[in-house]
Structures are given as structure tokens and as C-alpha cells.
Design a protein. Structure first.
Length: 73
């Protein structure tokens, strides 16, 4: 894993217009200090200190009744 791979992943999320996660940090906020944010993420991953936020649970009503649970990272 290296910074280039993290950057390529960020570009894919940016191109797909990804939404803020449960931490409410937008892509624009992350991009405003992209190099430092990628460095920090890489360090946390390499030292096994990275801890992802829990997913947000959302209930989506089904046409025939009931709900479908979605987990949004």
C-alpha cells in the first residue's frame, strides 16, 4: 500500500461524487488538505492504528411491505 494507491482511490470516489460518511466530512473538506490527509491515512493503515467509523443504518421501505436495511459507511 502506498500514497499513490490511496490517491487513485480518492480520485475514483471524487469522480463518483461520493457523499460524506457518518463522520460528515465532505470530499471537498478532505481534498482541501489532500496530501496531509492521505499521509495520515497511510500512516494509520501501516501502523494498524486505522479504525473505521461505524456504518449508519438506514431502513428502506419495500414495495410489498417490510423494510430493507442498508449500511452506509
Amino acid at each position: 500500500l502506498d500514497k499513490r494507491r490511496l490517491y487513485n482511490g480518492f480520485k475514483k470516489v471524487w469522480k463518483a461524487k461520493g457523499a460524506a460518511g457518518i463522520d460528515m466530512q465532505s470530499l471537498s473538506d478532505f481534498a482541501s488538505d489532500l496530501s496531509n490527509n492521505l499521509d495520515q491515512l497511510l500512516l494509520e493503515l501501516q501502523t494498524k492504528q486505522y479504525s473505521p467509523q461505524p456504518v449508519r443504518r438506514v431502513e428502506i421501505p419495500k414495495d410489498g411491505g417490510g423494510v430493507r436495511l442498508l449500511g452506509i459507511p
